[in-house]
Design a protein around this ligand. Structure first.
Ligand code: PEP
Ligand code: MN
Length: 409
């Protein structure tokens, strides 16, 4: 595959009709309304930074991404299990060898537990090497400052200057991702793929390859093997879905309680137009109280459409609650209950509970309640270190792997 360097539509090389076709579709996709984008103080400066990034090195290679697509096809057919996890928000400060090592180690340990119990290969995907952009429910925080949108946009520090979106953070994010990917390659030798939320479109539109190998020409993102669309940016007429349609990478889509079975089928038609097993991963994040009720009609309707998706459970984002002492937290029992409900639904309908998507770290943090160590609200302040959402710690992650292993046998 060769690099795609999109230029304004009128200056694209006329001799390359594929480039012309893709450039037009890219411009159309990105002209649609895009939720959750920062308001750069100087839009021209942001455009200049984005233009520079078109020449940046790829983080991943298209052939690795093709290999992941093959692995996800096995998951969709019920022959493998997908384990995806890592920090809610990676930060530049924590992009260190000890932190990445710890997170990779816990991912591999969980995968071993799951592979041993299920007898199936486990496909390992980190929320890593690029998970720097965060969607937010409010535009200002409790102090009235612009909200933190991830290190790729602004700083979590509580000053107006730090919270002002800065496009020069995009090349920093790229450099940090490249460094993290080097370490993933060194430590895991091709075993671990990387993913992040495809949120910040000024960044995502850079580092693309032309992929003419499929049923229609598409673009392969060089920024991650796997990209997902979040629950807040999945508008059917919006830019994120339209951009994802153009990509040949495997795509994830978070589906929360607001998604109807009819909408789910519409997503599947849009994002898997050629009926490619594993092309689309539907990540349900309904909350433990709703999953048994809301997921079955979605699974039935998508299944009846004939598309072979990967069904993945995110047991974190539907179970976030404020603690009595003011921390955003999740209870281990709710995480377990949502996964149990997800398995019950798929066992009943005869579909494959294909994977889990979790927020965790291989560090001894106190961010989620419960687990064998019985973390209580009073324990939360001790080591509450996340830049965004609460993560399972090392022990809770291993305990969860054993619970899922039990469900898989
Ligand atoms: C996330 O994965 O960090 C996230 C924000 O999830 P969701 O889009 O499902 O809320
Ligand atoms: Mn999160």
């Amino acid at each position: 595959m060769r690099r795609f360097l999109p230029r304004p539509a009128d200056t694209v090389d006329r001799s390359r009709s594929v480039d012309r076709f893709l450039a037009r579709r890219l411009n159309e996709a990105l002209a649609r309304p895009a939720a959750q984008q920062p308001c750069w103080p100087d839009p021209e400066q942001a455009r200049a930074v984005t233009r520079q990034l078109h020449h940046a090195d790829p983080i991943v290679t298209p052939d690795e991404t093709v290999r992941l697509s093959d692995r996800l096809a096995s998951v969709a057919r019920g022959e493998a299990f997908l384990l995806q996890g890592g920090d809610c928000a990676e930060t530049f400060a924590d992009n260190t060898e000890p932190h990445l090592r710890a997170n990779l180690r816990i991912l591999l340990r969980m995968a071993d537990v799951l592979a041993h119990a299920s007898g199936m290969p486990v496909v390992k995907v980190g929320r890593m090497a690029g998970q720097y952009a965060k969607p937010r429910s409010n535009i200002v925080d409790g102090l009235g400052l612009p909200v933190y949108r991830g290190d790729i946009v602004n700083s979590a520090e509580r000053t107006p200057a730090a919270r002002t979106p800065d496009p020069h953070r995009m090349p920093r994010a790229h450099a940090n991702a490249a460094g993290a990917m080097d370490l993933v390659r060194k430590l895991c030798a091709g075993e671990v793929y990387v993913s992040h939320e495809m949120l910040l479109l000024d960044y995502e539109r850079t580092v693309l390859w032309v992929d003419a190998g499929g049923p229609e020409p598409r673009l392969s993102s060089g920024l991650a093997h796997f990209l997902w669309i979040g629950d807040r940016t999945r508008q059917l007429d919006g830019a994120h879905v339209a951009f994802a349609e153009l990509l040949s990478n495997p795509i994830g889509l978070k589906i929360g309680p607001g998604v109807t079975p009819e909408q789910a089928v519409e997503y599947v038609r849009r994002l898997d137009p050629h009926g490619t097993p594993g092309r689309l991963t539907l990540v349900s994040r309904m909350g433990h109280g709703l999953v048994r009720h809301l997921l079955p009609p979605i699974v039935e309707k998508v299944n009846a459409s004939g598309h072979e998706v990967v069904w993945q459970c995110d047991p974190m984002h539907g179970n976030t609650r404020p603690s009595g002492n003011g921390f955003k937290t999740r209870h281990f029992d709710h995480v377990v209950d949502e996964i149990a409900g997800f398995f019950e639904v798929h066992r009943r309908l005869g579909t494959h509970p294909g994977g889990i998507h979790i927020e965790m770290t291989g560090e001894d943090v106190t961010e989620c309640l419960g687990g064998a160590a019985g973390i209580t609200e009073a324990d939360l302040p001790a080591r509450y270190r996340t830049a965004c959402d609460p993560r399972l710690n090392t022990d809770q992650s291993i305990e969860l792997a054993h619970v899922v292993a039990e469900l898989l046998t």
